[in-house]
Write a protein that binds this ligand. Sequence first.
Ligand code: LLP
Length: 404
Amino acid sequence: MKVQGLELTEIAQEYGTPLYVYDGEKISTQIQNLKKGFAKAPLKIKYATKALTNVSILKLMRSQGVGVDAVSIEEVKLCMMAGYPANEIMYTPNCVGFSEIQEAVELGAMINLDNLVMLREFGKTYGDKIPVAIRINPHIMAGGNSKISVGHIHSKFGISIHQQEEIMEVVNEFSIQVNGLHVHTGSDILDAAVFLRGAQVLFDMAMNFPNLKFLDFGGGFKVAYKPDDVQTDIFKVGEEVSEAFNAFCEKYGRQLELWLEPGKYLVSEAGYLLVEANVVKETPEITFVGVNSGLNHLIRPMLYDAYHQVENISARPSSALKKYNIVGYICETDTLAADRMLPEVNSGDILAIKNAGAYSFSMASNYNSRVKPAEVLIWNGEAALVRKREVFEDLLRNQVVLDF
Ligand code: LLP
């Protein structure tokens, strides 16, 4: 299997496994598609950095004219390290304390608040001096599964559309300058109509805010995980949402920017987690392939029952297909992929787990005292190490070892 002409097995040999490999060209293609889809609107893309925060990836995004959305003060700082001016970084935290919000203000980031308590505190502290965006919970149930559906009435995110009166009270009391309205209903959303409904919620509210600069429709576009998966038709969504947006702006004489915050759409398919088969274990029921990775490096199958396609990239062309469960080396039932037909796997073979660009490294842990893998970025046909593999000493780095 090749990425930009480079054999992944050779990359695995050079950098070792487990290894995340990112295809910069795929990221660039996704950016171009998004721009084409929304070509008719004054689009600003704010990459949801939580999906994959490697600073080289952030720099690549920046070189492609893509902005950023950060969810924590640490992500804000990483974006700044990537060269983003603070005032181009959107900071969209959830349930953080006010001191972190203040720190983001002091750094100069744009602020997006999602609860009335912090909005009031913000108003009290900054009045009309620092503009702020507001994240609305539109009460739309959407998303690939319940854990990644965040726009419904029981979700902790956003300020409920039913609390518009309270929002206006706080905004008026402190003369808060609201520069943006924001919705994000969830991840893995296929249905174009959901994005339109989200947008409509913001159009309905926008009249209350004369100083708006942008409407932010969040992320959540579904990408293909299975070979035959249907993905969000970005051109249909782009066309419909842009049209509605332009019609709104025209009707009410507003000059606004349309913001999007994709994570998965930009980086999911660009990533491969390369792992090595340690053991092929026959049992009366199942043939397991135990690999040198696990839920510590890819937790999505366990957390969301996510499907990640697996290929045996070391397979000999004539190998017969056999059914396997691909499992990790963690002391948990970390089934990365079940009931997969793969060309015969032998120990030492390299497997490529696909869609490991988004929420893979960024959700990795050191569980079972395993180190985190290295990351490699392929750009212009060349592979470059963008994060070293952790070593044993990294596990001890912050431990304070007492004498007994
Ligand atoms: N904007 C906001 C405010 C978000 O909370 C998120 C994702 C995004 C944008 C980007 O969503 P995306 O385009 O990547 O779907 N770990 C889960 C996904 C959690 C998403 C959290 N928020 C997964 O691996 O499926």
